[in-house]
Design a protein around this ligand. Structure first.
Ligand code: ADP
Ligand code: GN1
Ligand code: MG
Length: 362
């Protein structure tokens, strides 16, 4: 593998000489590596194997990322020489000028490693939540004038709740459900599923606009500097037309929950109201001016739908034999699903409070 990695990186237009390539980052989908230069005047790099079972149109996805990062770079360069300003990811092309390379059966891409910035898995303060949310909101506002129709749908129907439920039912009908915890999770999905399809109904009837959204605003998909300012939105594989609610909701799911995504003790899973307020105020800071009344009025639907859709997706993958997500143990997806469904349940119980918090900042 080490030799392969050196050979793979040699296909890209790098500067200096790479001395070490080490695994880096812990997402559920791609495999990431940090490639360090021997000489400090040259950049370090971030190498990724793209999961082409998940992202079937690698070319389309890389074209999306290239056009979005080029648009953002131009904007940020023109804006000011502000040292604390936002940065855009920068793709390093291959020696042939391509956006990725193929090695055996796998696909690889390279970015510049952004020095001095780091991701935060679980924020430790409301200030950090605010800053991250502000960064994700700014990403949407900065892409407000980018033509959403020019983007490929890198995963078709990614957040289409009714289709996710349909697939879930197909998979469940093919397996034997033995354990009580499995039965309870299925029951809960069936109980609230229809209610949580509200955003798709509004989208289908043309009441909500499609925007350029990130669609995977897990809190560790934004990098922070040493002063805890959010500086760069990363993991752009799913940037495509979507609802603003998805980006609001996934950030809420991953930064305002009192537990990890895969907490097995469900008593520890809840929403932290102070963090929710911080996320809401940060997210709306730059988006407030561009959103319609209905978008803000229905924003909480995103916060409810995102943990739910994750619960459904984890549970589906569990019953399908853990094919999609990386897992650490056989019931990992079941544990993740139960945690996300519990978060949904607790949030549904506090829906009215969450709506009034959003109203306060709208
Ligand atoms: P995944 O799809 O596996 O979540 P990411 O693209 O989010 O992959 O990268 C994994 C982690 O690597 C991120 O959470 C972040 O800590 C780090 N990272 C990603 N891109 C860069 C970059 N260009 N510079 C520095 N760190 C990065
Ligand atoms: C995956 O790649 P990563 O870990 O940032 C997934 C998201 C889920 C997330 C759950 C393409 O994101 O949709 O929210 O896991 N990405 C894809 O942790 O399916
Ligand atoms: Mg990520």
């Amino acid at each position: 593998m080490k030799d392969d990695l050196s050979q793979i990186i040699s296909k890209f237009d790098t500067q200096g000489s790479i001395e070490a390539i080490e695994p880096f980052g812990g997402g559920h989908i791609n495999d990431s590596f940090r490639a360090m230069n021997t000489r400090s005047q040259f950049p370090n790099y971030f190498l990724q194997r793209i999961n082409h079972h998940v992202f079937k149109d690698v070319e389309g996805m890389m074209n999306n990322i290239q056009s979005v990062t080029a648009f953002l770079s131009k904007k940020y360069n023109e804006q000011s020489l502000d040292e604390d300003g936002m940065l855009a990811l920068q793709i390093v092309k291959t020696l042939d000028g391509a956006l990725y390379t193929k090695w055996g059966d796998s696909y690889w891409r390279l970015y510049l490693l952004i020095e001095g910035l780091q991701s935060i898995d679980i924020p430790s303060s409301a200030d950090i939540v605010f800053e991250g949310a502000k960064g994700f909101g700014q990403f949407i506002a900065d892409l407000h004038h980018f033509d959403a129709n020019s983007l490929t749908h890198t995963i078709p129907y990614f957040h289409h709740m009714p289709r996710r439920l349909k697939r879930f039912e197909e998979v469940v009908s093919d397996v034997s459900v033995d354990k009580d915890e499995e039965k309870q999770a299925i029951q809960f999905v069936r109980k609230v599923g229809n209610e949580l399809c509200e955003l798709q109904r509004l989208l289908d009837q043309g009441s909500l606009p499609l925007r350029v959204t990130h669609n995977d605003t897990k809190f560790n998909n934004i990098l922070f500097d040493a002063k805890n300012k959010a500086r760069c939105v990363i993991d752009l594989d799913t940037v495509m037309p979507g609802l603003v609610h998805y980006d609001f909701g996934d950030g809420v799911r991953t930064s305002t929950c009192t537990s990890d995504e895969d907490e097995s003790d469900l008593d520890k899973v809840d929403i932290d109201a102070e963090f929710f307020e911080a996320y809401t105020s940060g997210f709306l800071e730059d988006t407030r001016g561009i959103l319609s009344d209905l978008e803000t009025q229905t924003m909480v639907e995103g916060a409810l739908m995102m943990p739910f859709i994750m619960g459904v997706r984890f549970l589906t993958d569990y019953f399908e034999g853990n094919k999609y997500y990386k897992t650490a143990y056989p019931t990992h997806n079941l544990v993740r699903a139960k945690c996300q469904l519990e978060l949904t349940r607790k949030m549904l119980a506090r829906k009215a409070d969450l709506i009034s918090i959003v109203k306060k900042y709208s």
